[in-house]
Write a new protein. Structure first.
Length: 207
């Protein structure tokens, strides 16, 4: 039992060529040019050439006792993973960051030019962010597909790069939502401009 607790207290960090870092449970194993490891309880594999180095981490405290990890709810765990994916900038290891919401503000008077201009800029920024997040996912999908094709060309079998395959599938699942967020942001902006037109706001105030 003590040996099992000690093993679980040890983790490793895989640093990939892309700069991405993956926290693995225990020590990853390399065999025939393929590294296998567990992350969040799931077994993955990837070509060893994709790993720059493996850093050993010890989650025990100074007295040699394992450090207890905080229990979090599934919702909190998902939020943390989303934040990590955002910081990786390439992955996802990049779930999709939430689209910035246009702050609710009291409807300004038609004569309040500065308020109308600010609201127009907020809507435009919301559209740009949604488009950037979609482009990030599309770029990541292309990168993963290229990686997988390269592995196949080098003679690797599908079971030898399950990490990239799982990432590609996850990225593809996020694409429809990202496209929908762009449409929603554009629709909100169109509605804002229509409301402004009905209230007699000058077109120049929305630029």
């Amino acid at each position: 039992m003590n040996a099992l607790v000690l093993l679980l207290a040890l983790t490793s960090t895989l640093v990939l060529r892309t700069g991405e870092k993956i926290v693995a449970e225990g020590t990853p194993r390399e065999e025939n040019g393929v590294i296998t490891f567990r992350s969040a309880g799931v077994l993955y594999s990837m070509p060893a050439v994709e790993v720059v180095r493996i850093d050993k981490n010890d989650t025990r405290d100074g007295d040699g006792k394992p450090v207890r990890r905080l229990r979090v709810s599934p919702e909190e765990r998902k939020r943390i993973i989303d934040e990590l994916e955002k910081n990786h900038s390439g992955a996802p290891a990049g779930t999709l960051p939430p689209v910035a919401k246009v702050p609710a503000a009291p409807r300004p008077n038609p004569g309040d030019e500065q308020r109308w201009r600010q609201q127009a800029r907020d809507h435009e920024e919301g559209i740009r962010r949604a488009q950037e997040e979609l482009a990030l996912l599309e770029r990541r999908e292309e990168e993963l597909r290229t990686e997988i094709h390269s592995f196949i060309a080098l003679g690797f079998k599908p079971h030898q790069f399950t990490y990239q395959t799982a990432r590609l599938e996850f990225t593809r699942e996020m694409l429809p939502r990202a496209r929908l967020e762009v449409q929603r942001a554009e629709r909100a902006y169109d509605q804002f401009r229509e409301d402004a037109r009905r209230q007699g706001v000058l077109p120049g105030w929305l630029r």
